[in-house]
Design a protein around this ligand. Structure first.
Ligand code: NAP
Ligand code: ZN
Ligand code: ZN
Length: 346
């Protein structure tokens, strides 16, 4: 077994605190990654506080993992010792269902194995990236370019792919007016991708203080959604709204901002369901769709796109001791725009 230092939540009401455990030995198809950085996703908070139910404790959160390979199994062909590597939100899947065969492992019918708060096929709980090392099958490990800042690449493994994948699926690009709802970790990546692909982007935000950053990120317009006068200017405006909001919010309001045949793509997962008035859908033949992270093939494609276009996350690097403060700040919408843990501080 491989001893690992980590931070974990012991239960839903306890802070994230030091913890240690053992990883499995490196199997024939596994790589061992020394974790250098791990991004902090709002899903870490939802799960560590059991807001979605069914959490497994103790929990080592973290699914935006980047580091360097320090050991490879005898059958590993994709990586060698010293390579940079990344791990996102899942570390295994059934490998046999239609979704797995199509490279859409996130929709595995047998259930993908989450990087943390999941169970391996033998029932062992999975522990995530707030830790010193991780052992992962090579097929679920990503190549990371050395052209970009490694710390700023970490959030691409979840925030990046979660916004890139629906943009590709719905073919969002030139000629589309796109609203990005919520300027946090996911939201700021959605802005970067949509702008890079030629859409006209409006940030829909509750935080006046983010206006200058929205412009700096390349956004064409900024709309403060707490301002009644601003809301009145947004009816029938967007082809797409990418909804990244982590807390309950009024979906009917945002439906009214879609043009005819427009689509809200939800990626945010508030803990409680949203009531939706059917009139908001049938008037204007509008749609609501959803999207979950992205498969391994598309995640690699996104990472390569980012390397080619010099796209990374805007990050604030933190000491792991400050993880609970980081959670509190995220809950106050005070993150610019992703916290990343420097694992050297573990
Ligand atoms: P985050 O960094 O905390 O950003 C969320 C943003 O939502 C906030 O910065 C804020 O932006 C806005 N917001 C928060 N409360 C709001 C409210 N009551 N009304 C309106 N806007 C509000 O979170 P994140 O890491 O980007 O994650 C966002 C959500 O996506 C979470 O629910 C997470 O679990 C989910 N997620 C889903 C997937 C997937 O595969 N679908 C993957 C990763 C994460 P403003 O200050 O601009 O208003
Ligand atoms: Zn995430
Ligand atoms: Zn499957």
């Amino acid at each position: 077994m491989i001893p690992v230092k980590a931070y974990a939540a012991q239960e839903a009401t306890s802070p994230i605190a030091p913890f240690s455990f053992d990883r499995r030995e490196v199997g024939a198809h596994d790589v061992l990654i020394d974790i250098h950085f791990c991004g902090v996703c709002h899903s870490d908070i939802h799960q560590a506080r059991n807001e979605w139910g069914g959490s497994i404790f103790p929990m080592v959160p973290g699914h935006e993992i980047v580091g360097k390979i320090s050991k490879v199994g005898s059958g590993v062909t994709k990586f060698k010792v010293g390579d940079l590597a990344g791990v996102g939100c899942f570390v295994d899947s059934c490998r046999e269902c239609q979704s797995c065969k199509e490279g859409l492992e996130q929709y595995c019918e047998g259930g993908m194995v989450g990087t943390y708060n999941g169970r391996e096929k033998d029932g062992t709980p999975t522990y995530g990236g707030y830790s010193s090392k991780i052992v992962v099958d090579q097929s679920y490990t990503l190549h990371i370019s050395d052209k970009l800042s490694l710390a700023a690449v970490a959030p691409l493994l979840c925030a990046g792919i979660t916004t890139y994948s629906p943009i590709m699926h719905w073919k969002i690009g030139k000629g589309h007016k796109v609203g990005v709802l919520g300027l946090g970790g996911l939201g700021h990546m959605a802005v970067k991708f949509a702008v890079s692909l030629g859409s006209e982007v409006t940030v829909l935000s509750t935080s006046k203080g983010k206006e200058a950053d929205a412009k700096r990120l390349g956004t064409h317009h900024f709309a403060l959604t707490t301002d009644e006068a601003v809301l009145n200017t947004l009816k029938n405006k967007f082809d797409f709204i990418i909804d990244t909001v982590s807390a309950p919010h009024d979906m009917n309001l945002y439906l009214s901002m879609l043009k005819r045949d427009g689509t809200i793509v939800v990626v945010g997962v508030p803990p409680t369901p949203a009531p939706i008035h059917n009139f908001g859908l049938i008037m204007g033949r509008r749609q609501i769709g959803g999207s979950l992270i992205g498969g391994i093939k598309e995640t690699q494609e996104m990472l390569d796109y980012c390397a080619a276009h010099n796209i990374v996350s805007d990050i604030e690097l933190i000491n792991i001791k400050d993880i609970n403060t980081a959670y509190d700040r995220m809950l106050k919408n005070d993150v610019k725009y992703r916290f990343v843990i420097d694992m050297a501080t573990l």
